[in-house]
Design a protein around this ligand. Sequence first.
Ligand code: FAD
Length: 315
Amino acid sequence: MVEKSHYDLIIIGAGPAGITAGVYAARKQIDTLIITKDVGGQATWSSGIENYLGYVYISGVELVRKFEEHLRTFDIKLDYSTVTSLSCSNDVFHVGTKDGREFVARAVIVSSGKSPKLLGVPGEKEFTGKGVTYCSTCDGPLFAGMNVAVVGGGNSGLDAVVQMMKICPKVYLIELEDELRADEVMRQQARAAQNVEILTGTRVREILGDTFVHSILVENVHTGQQRVLEVKAVFVEVGLVPNSEFAKDVVRLNEWGEIPVNCGACTGVPGLYAAGDVTDVPQKQIICAAGDGAKAALGAYSYLVRQPVPTDWVK
Ligand SMILES: Cc1cc2nc3c(=O)[nH]c(=O)nc-3n(C[C@H](O)[C@H](O)[C@H](O)COP(=O)(O)OP(=O)(O)OC[C@H]3O[C@@H](n4cnc5c(N)ncnc54)[C@H](O)[C@@H]3O)c2cc1C
């Protein structure tokens, strides 16, 4: 059977923004395809969510399970792949995937969110999944009873430290700047712990191991003094980057790589909408991403009903 390639709407990404856009598109009976690497996105990584309406407390995994269950009550097609290109000609969008397929859409919603920033040091790629991890919530319990390092002194880094200091004999916190940037309450918790050693003004030079990580080489940025820390895991928590690379030929990105949108989730390119963390909307939260997804789908619906269907459109 020949795979259907033409859709009225393609949604790229199924985090909170894309899932909500999918629900709204389904309720408007728009012929929609969601192309995504996974379902849930960053929301899955949160150990506990206390700020999504309707739940006083819920784990990220459980909230995403409920989102997906809701989405799947509608007849909406999900394709698990990675979008690598997006272009537009004659009011029609072409969406290319990593596995070499091409889809065509009259409107597109980009809701591809953010991914963790890499350290870019030797050993990082080699030992990813073998001690190097970007999600303490997902992988933290695997390293209970072992010495670990957390890189990054912002809220995510301190979140990882507070989690790991309860289950590990020793936790090193490594921060490039001379000060930790996390909220004071979290800094206090880390400072008060006997088993946390905070190394500010320090960079990771290399991650070392054989089959798995066994240590990291760190360097004081002021003195150049180096030290090897024996750890079994490195939690990289140095920030997030927008997943917008594939869209740069069709829309102008801002200096952080985000897609600028107006309050209606319009990008300025007719038929192209963007929602959630991939946009320049400053509030990076689940409820905000979900709201943006709803706006984007409603915007796409209004656009599609007004826009004439190309005469050569394949249904
Ligand atoms: C550790 C952590 C804890 C958090 N805790 C909270 C919290 O308690 N409360 C709160 O409100 N917010 C929290 N957040 C923030 C919240 O998770 C995000 O704001 C929200 O998930 C953004 O949703 P999104 O749909 O825009 O993007 P994302 O959640 O990033 O989802 C993007 C989706 O796009 C897919 N994708 C990416 N690139 C491609 C591509 N090229 N092709 C196809 N698919 C692609 C991804 O696989 C994913 O499905 C937390 C974030 C983190 C990292």
